[in-house]
Each structure stands twice: as structure tokens, then as C-alpha cells.
Design a protein around this ligand. Structure first.
Ligand SMILES: *[C@@H]1O[C@H](CO)[C@@H](O)[C@H](O)[C@H]1NC(C)=O
Ligand SMILES: *[C@@H]1O[C@H](CO)[C@@H](O)[C@H](O)[C@H]1NC(C)=O
Ligand SMILES: *[C@@H]1O[C@H](CO)[C@@H](O)[C@H](O)[C@H]1NC(C)=O
Ligand SMILES: *[C@@H]1O[C@H](CO)[C@@H](O)[C@H](O)[C@H]1NC(C)=O
Ligand SMILES: *[C@@H]1O[C@H](CO)[C@@H](O)[C@H](O)[C@H]1NC(C)=O
Ligand SMILES: *[C@@H]1O[C@H](CO)[C@@H](O)[C@H](O)[C@H]1NC(C)=O
Ligand SMILES: *[C@@H]1O[C@H](CO)[C@@H](O)[C@H](O)[C@H]1NC(C)=O
Ligand SMILES: *[C@@H]1O[C@H](CO)[C@@H](O)[C@H](O)[C@H]1NC(C)=O
Ligand SMILES: *[C@@H]1O[C@H](CO)[C@@H](O)[C@H](O)[C@H]1NC(C)=O
Ligand SMILES: *[C@@H]1O[C@H](CO)[C@@H](O)[C@H](O)[C@H]1NC(C)=O
Ligand SMILES: *[C@@H]1O[C@H](CO)[C@@H](O)[C@H](O)[C@H]1NC(C)=O
Length: 399
């Protein structure tokens, strides 16, 4: 339920900075909820009829707390025919439907990333109607894809945009009309929204890549075991995975429900051949660099050999991971040279399509990508999170 402001902790060696960081860290958590009624558990006002039926059509006298809507919108109640995260309620967008909410940005130039859940609005759908989700600087078209998880719903991530202090951010969901007048087209149902703000990431001495550990991405739903699907994002700037462009579909996975080699989050490449992630760095010093990374599996019964092609500058190499599907991590690295001030591409692409025995698409996990110069004597400083938290507590006590 809580979304949080995330702050880069690199480059903060001074105790004063650390304690200021500590304060903001918790303020960030305190002012976390950007959206009102983000799971539609506050029912529409003036609801008439039997609210225990799964779909109730809203009319001009109804209002949904926190939201503005128009068109054919139904209030959905979970039950035998509708599965929703944490059961409860959701909203279905039918013909010409729109629903939107504006929220107040906090902090200067924060990037807003959305997590939302999509379910097909019915059974036996021959097609799922598309939904357009828009923020201030970006929009995405989504339709329900069941084959990436075990539930009848799936969560997605979307970069919404950058917003300055005191600006308002408008989040809009719009159903896309279907061409044929087919009754077996299911309209999208939306639920469980989270908005997260990410501050500008700052390059640290311990890694020339930003978000190499994939810790900055959409917020996870606290009770979901499904991870978050990230669809193609052609620019690393307008991506729900900060600083990384996405090709195909990847799953953003959390350490609470998956095997994650490092930190709280990692990336699983799920949509098969040539899906993956890529970024770019401009390195001022033309010399030799080392790219270190972890490849593995997410402990989600994804068995087989995964081939991952890793590219750094003009060097490309394939790595094969043999997965039992029980969670594994292997550290590897490649060395490469760059021209000064040239843009250096870095990418991880899958060359295999894998499925679990249940038919769920799955694949290799990538985590902890670290880029360092071989010529400078920069050392990687590994900060154990437990030590960091103890240190922060100590500083606050001494303050
Ligand atoms: C509401 O619907 C349920 C099942 O559809 C039914 O059992 C119940 O009697 C209805 N309640 C009212 C007040 O109509
Ligand atoms: C309920 O509907 C009536 C009649 O249209 C309207 O006057 C009233 O404002 C509505 N109440 C709410 C909470 O929307
Ligand atoms: C909305 O409220 C008005 C005034 O109470 C009523 O006349 C009208 O029938 C209501 N509309 C619907 C669709 O229930
Ligand atoms: C979104 O909601 C606001 C009210 O908060 C409304 O004024 C605005 O017209 C809506 N925007 C869109 C695109 O629907
Ligand atoms: C969906 O299909 C199943 C099996 O074909 C059938 O039993 C069920 O009634 C159908 N549901 C709807 C809503 O048509
Ligand atoms: C949904 O949008 C995609 C393009 O983004 C399109 O190929 C597909 O046909 C659309 N589906 C429907 C049901 O309209
Ligand atoms: C859709 O379903 C309704 C009600 O079951 C029926 O009256 C209508 O003819 C159907 N439309 C199409 C295009 O099948
Ligand atoms: C998560 O699940 C627990 C137990 O089922 C429930 O009490 C809690 O409200 C759920 N959390 C959310 C955010 O819905
Ligand atoms: C990696 O393997 C794929 C598929 O076998 C192949 O197409 C590709 O050229 C290989 N890449 C490298 C760098 O060897
Ligand atoms: C895979 O399973 C076998 C047999 O259970 C075990 O010996 C092996 O260590 C496992 N390998 C990995 C990478 O987990
Ligand atoms: C790289 O760019 C920096 C800053 O723009 C400049 O000072 C430096 O001379 C450039 N190096 C080369 C080799 O072009």
C-alpha cells in the first residue's frame, strides 16, 4: 500500500548528510500515498441496486471517491467469476470509458512510476480490449496477458513522467474501443494502483552505471507473489525501470517472493528470444572497463538452459546458465574498451524461450550490474544493508 520516495544513497559519506538522508527517508515513507482510493475499496456514492453482484453499472449520479470518470464504468466485486488481488473491489472500463485522478507532486523533479493491476473483465474472452494509461510525459497501451503468472490478473509498471514541485500529475485510464461488436471481447478491469516517486539518481564511485542493481523501479504490491510486468520501453529515460530501456516483456521481481541475487529487486527476462534490457553510458576516459553482473534463476520452477547475450561497447559474449528452477546466481564479467566521450551501449538479451511445466513464460534473472574502470584505482565499496541501518540508527541516537 505504501509508495515511497527513493533516494540514492551513493556518495553520502558525511554523517550530517547521512542523518538528513535518514530523516527524508522516513518522511518519504510517511507521505507515501499519492493516490486516494487506489484500490477502489471506498465504494461509489449513490450506488443503487444489489452491490453484492459482481458488476454494477455506474450512472451520472454516482461518484467514485478520489476519481473522475465518464462512459461505461462498472464497479466490480471479487468473487467466483472475478479474481482480484486481495479480493475486494475494482473498476471495469467499458465502451468509451475514462477514469482519472490528479495528485500533487512533492519534491523537485521527481520521476513518477505507476504500478497497476489488470484483469480480464469476464470469462471465455476471445480478446481483451486494450487500455491506454497516461501520465504527464508518457503513455502505454496494455492488455491482459495471463501467461506470465499464476493469477487471473497481472500487475504492470509504467513510467508516468517527471514533475516539478507543486505541480499536479494527472493519471488517466482510457478503454480502447474494439473494432468488432463481439460479445466475447472482455473489457479491462483495473485495481491496486501504486505511485512511486524516484529522485534523480547520482553516479557513485562504486558503479559507473545508474540503477545497476535494479533497485529503482515500480513499487511492489505487498501481497502479490506475481512480480510486475514491464512492457517495451524504448528509452532508458522514459522507463519504469529507471535508466534501462526494455525490449519485449520483462518481469520485475522482489526478494520477498522470488530468489533475488542482490538487494530487493531484480529483472527476469520472460518474453523469450531477443527480449531484454539495455542502457547507455558516456565514459570520459577512453580506456579499459570491466562489467560485472549476476545471472541466475528466480526460484519459480523455470528449468532449462538459458542463453544470455551480454554486450558492452563493441564486445558481445553469450553466457549459458543451467537452471534447476530453484534459485541460483552466478557472477560473471566481461572486459571491454571504449572511445572517450562516445556513447557505450550495455545490454542483456535472452536467446531462449522458457516455460514452466504449468506453461508460464519465464527466463533468466539479471542483477547487480557493476561497471568500473580498470585503469583507475577505484575500489568497489560493498555496503552491507544491515551495517548501514545500524550506522544510521547510531547516528540518529548520537545526534
Ligand atoms: C443480492 O444478490 C444476491 C445474489 O446475487 C442475493 O442472494 C441477495 O438476496 C440480493 N440482495 C438483495 C437485497 O437483492
Ligand atoms: C447522489 O445523487 C443525487 C441526485 O443526483 C445528487 O444530488 C447527490 O449529490 C449525489 N450524491 C453524491 C455523494 O454524489
Ligand atoms: C439521478 O438522480 C436524479 C434525481 O434524483 C433522478 O431523476 C435520475 O433518475 C437519476 N439517474 C439515474 C440513472 O438513476
Ligand atoms: C481529470 O480529472 C480532473 C479533476 O480532477 C478533471 O478536471 C479533468 O478534466 C480530468 N482530465 C481528463 C483528461 O479526463
Ligand atoms: C465459459 O466457458 C465454460 C466452459 O466452456 C462455461 O462453463 C461457462 O459457462 C462460460 N462462462 C461464461 C460467462 O460464458
Ligand atoms: C491492442 O493494441 C495493439 C497495438 O498496441 C493491437 O495490435 C491490438 O490489435 C489491439 N487489440 C485490440 C483488441 O484492439
Ligand atoms: C451480445 O449479447 C447480447 C445479450 O446476450 C445480445 O442481445 C447481442 O445480440 C449480442 N451481440 C452480439 C454481436 O453477439
Ligand atoms: C494482505 O493480506 C493480508 C492477509 O490476507 C491482509 O490482512 C492485508 O490487508 C493485505 N494487504 C493489502 C495491502 O491488501
Ligand atoms: C549468442 O547465441 C545466439 C543464439 O545461439 C546467436 O544468435 C548469437 O550470435 C550469439 N552471440 C554471440 C555474441 O556469440
Ligand atoms: C540442480 O539439482 C541437482 C540435483 O538436485 C543438484 O545437485 C545441483 O546442485 C542443482 N544445481 C543448481 C545450479 O542448483
Ligand atoms: C571528453 O569530453 C570532455 C568534456 O566535454 C572534454 O573535456 C574532453 O576533452 C573530451 N575528451 C576527448 C578525448 O575528446
Amino acid at each position: 500500500m505504501t509508495s515511497s520516495s527513493s533516494i540514492s544513497i551513493q556518495n553520502m559519506q558525511h554523517p550530517l548528510l547521512l542523518s538528513i538522508f535518514f530523516l527524508f527517508f522516513f518522511l518519504g515513507f510517511a507521505s507515501a500515498d499519492y493516490l486516494q482510493n487506489s484500490d477502489f475499496e471506498s465504494p461509489p456514492k449513490n450506488l443503487t441496486g444489489n452491490s453484492s453482484v459482481p458488476f454494477v453499472l455506474l450512472n451520472e449520479n454516482n461518484t467514485i471517491p478520489g476519481w473522475t470518470f465518464q462512459g461505461t464504468v462498472q464497479y466490480v466485486t471479487a468473487g467466483r467469476i472475478m479474481a482480484l488481488p486481495d479480493n475486494g473491489h475494482a473498476i471495469q472500463l467499458g465502451q468509451d470509458a475514462k477514469i482519472n485522478q490528479t495528485f500533487q507532486a512533492n519534491g523537485d523533479y521527481m520521476e513518477y512510476i505507476l504500478t497497476f493491476t489488470l484483469a480480464p473483465g469476464g470469462q471465455n474472452c476471445s480478446a481483451n480490449a486494450n487500455i491506454t494509461v497516461s501520465g504527464p510525459d508518457n503513455q502505454g497501451i496494455f492488455s491482459f496477458k495471463q501467461n506470465y503468472g499464476k493469477q487471473a490478473w497481472q500487475s504492470y509498471g509504467l513510467y508516468l513522467g517527471l514533475s516539478g514541485q507543486d505541480e499536479t500529475v494527472n493519471l488517466l485510464f482510457e478503454s480502447q474501443s474494439v473494432e468488432s461488436d463481439d460479445n466475447s471481447t472482455c473489457w479491462p478491469v483495473i485495481d491496486s494502483l501504486l505511485v512511486k516517486a524516484v529522485e534523480n539518481l547520482v553516479q557513485g564511485k562504486d558503479n559507473l552505471l545508474l540503477n545497476g542493481g535494479f533497485e529503482f523501479g515500480p513499487d511492489f504490491l505487498s501481497n502479490s507473489t506475481e512480480g510486475i510486468l514491464l512492457d517495451s520501453a524504448s528509452s532508458p529515460v522514459q522507463s519504469p525501470l529507471s535508466q534501462w530501456a526494455v525490449v519485449g516483456t520483462i518481469k520485475y521481481i522482489d526478494s520477498e517472493h522470488f530468489f533475488v541475487p542482490h538487494g530487493n529487486a531484480a529483472v527476469e527476462i520472460v518474453s523469450g528470444v531477443s527480449a531484454g534490457i539495455h542502457t547507455e553510458v558516456t565514459l570520459a576516459k577512453g580506456s579499459a572497463y570491466n562489467l560485472e553482473f549476476i545471472l541466475g534463476d528466480a526460484n519459480n520452477a523455470c528449468e532449462g538452459d538459458f542463453i544470455v547475450e551480454v554486450r558492452a561497447g563493441s564486445v558481445a559474449q553469450n553466457f549459458t546458465i543451467r537452471s534447476n528452477g530453484t534459485g541460483s546466481a552466478e557472477k560473471s564479467s566481461i572486459k571491454f574498451e571504449v572511445d572517450p566521450n562516445a556513447t557505450t551501449p550495455i545490454s542483456f538479451s535472452s536467446f531462449t524461450t522458457s516455460q514452466t511445466k504449468d506453461g508460464i513464460f519465464c527466463g533468466p534473472v539479471v542483477d547487480d550490474v557493476v561497471l568500473l574502470s580498470l585503469s583507475s584505482n577505484s575500489l568497489r565499496i560493498v555496503i552491507n544493508p544491515n551495517i548501514l541501518i545500524s550506522l544510521l540508527l547510531l547516528i540518529v541516537i548520537l545526534w
